[in-house]
Design a protein around this ligand. Structure first.
Ligand SMILES: Cc1cc2nc3c(=O)[nH]c(=O)nc-3n(C[C@H](O)[C@H](O)[C@H](O)COP(=O)(O)O)c2cc1C
Length: 360
């Protein structure tokens, strides 16, 4: 099974990288990410001055995390002298995330490339508007020869416009998306915001943001020619396949690696290989972007598709009966039965069935 990909001339043994965040906060943690099976390494965003990170800066919520971590609290000197050389020794391609203003990028870019960066990833969370971002891209392209990826900022309302602007400015690839927000979590025990940031605001990541991320990736992939690296809520091998079907060339993972540890990259690569084997795919290119064609073809349907029960898979758990707001499903004997007259065709049961015993 061939999981390898090539992005802007950089070869990866598999398309899975860590995303900028605490799991790649220094050289040692990047080495651990490599040992966990990542196909390439990405650093925590570094800038000219270390960040003063508010505490608490991370809170677990139901389907993800909320964070207020800013950028790296390690100096640029420390990164280029000690942390990046350690990461470089793993032999994996190294993308270094840098921020933020054009002047800062001009100073940082040559130093991180001298320290071994195979590509830059411009983090844009604190960069300002799109014209400052495109200026930062031009500054990076003038300063270094390596590919320059640009990450979609959390506040980008029109990702198509963003993607067109950064492609026109010379970016070699796009990372989509960042965490989403700002968001707020309040401790109801005392009425206080949980995060120590201004107003307690933070950024949402993890499974909760995945459908939003997949839509953004698909829109960007349909718009520009440069490669897209997908990020946002990936926690299974199937999630990675979904991003690739939406047009991503590779993916990045932060929240799942925070929660499950560095082994997650290798585990998800195995899950992905297993899925590909079952479907008869030999390489990533066999299904890359395959959803994009269906998206433009798919007509809007306003009549219900009949729901079919695959009796051999049904274990009569009753979840479909409980979820059906139209009283169209009953467990009869040891199997679900759908009343086609009552069925609205909403699709909830098909998506929720734990044994995939229902289909249209
Ligand atoms: C604690 C934390 C810190 C992060 N720090 C950065 C950062 O320094 N630079 C950046 O571009 N993105 C940062 N991110 C965003 C992630 O790189 C990633 O794009 C986002 O969390 C979505 O992926 P996920 O759902 O797999 O976490 C951070 C995310 C988390 C959870």
């Amino acid at each position: 099974m061939d999981l390898s990909v090539e992005i802007c001339g950089i070869k990866l043994k598999n398309p899975i990288m860590p995303a900028a965040g605490p799991t790649v906060r220094n050289g040692d943690s990047m080495v651990k990410a490599a040992m966990g099976g990542a196909g390439a390494l990405v650093s925590k965003t570094l800038s000219v001055a270390p960040a003063h990170v508010p505490r608490p800066c991370l809170v677990k919520i139901r389907d993800g995390l909320m964070h207020a971590e800013l950028w790296s609290d390690i100096t640029l000197d420390q990164w280029v002298r000690h942390e990046l050389p350690k990461a470089k020794k793993t032999g994996l391609p190294l993308l270094v995330s840098v921020g933020y203003s054009p002047d800062e990028i001009k100073k940082i870019a040559p130093r991180v490339v001298d320290a071994g960066a195979n590509a830059l990833e411009l983090s844009t969370l604190y960069s300002g508007d799109i014209s400052t971002i495109t200026e930062a891209i031009r500054a990076a392209k003038e300063a270094v020869k390596v590919p320059v990826f640009v990450k979609v900022p959390p506040g980008a309302t029109d990702v198509v416009q963003f993607a067109q602007a950064v492609e026109a400015a010379g970016a070699d690839g796009i990372v989509a998306i960042n965490a989403v927000g700002p968001c707020l979590v309040i401790d109801v025990e005392n009425g206080m915001p949980i995060l120590g940031s201004p107003n307690g605001y933070g950024w949402l990541s993890g499974q909760a943001i995945k459908p939003f991320a997949v839509r953004c990736v698909a829109e960007i992939a349909r718009t520009v020619k440069i490669p897209v690296i997908g990020s946002g809520g990936i926690s299974t091998g199937r999630d990675i396949v979904e991003f690739i079907m939406a047009g991503a060339s590779a993916v990045q993972i932060s929240t799942a690696a925070i929660i499950r540890g560095h082994k997650v990259y290798g585990l998800l690569a195995d899950e992905m290989a297993k899925f590909m084997r079952a479907k008869g795919y030999n390489s990533i290119n066999d299904f890359k972007g395959s959803a994009l064609r269906h998206m433009s073809e798919q007509p809007v349907r306003t009549t219900p598709k009949p729901v079919e029960v695959i009796s051999s898979r049904c274990n009569a758990c009753g979840l479909c009966e409980r979820y059906c707001m139209y009283d169209a499903i009953r467990i009869v004997g040891r199997v679900a039965r759908v009343d086609p007259v009552k069925c609205y065709g909403c699709g909830l049961c098909v998506s929720a069935c734990p044994t995939r015993a229902l289909r249209f």
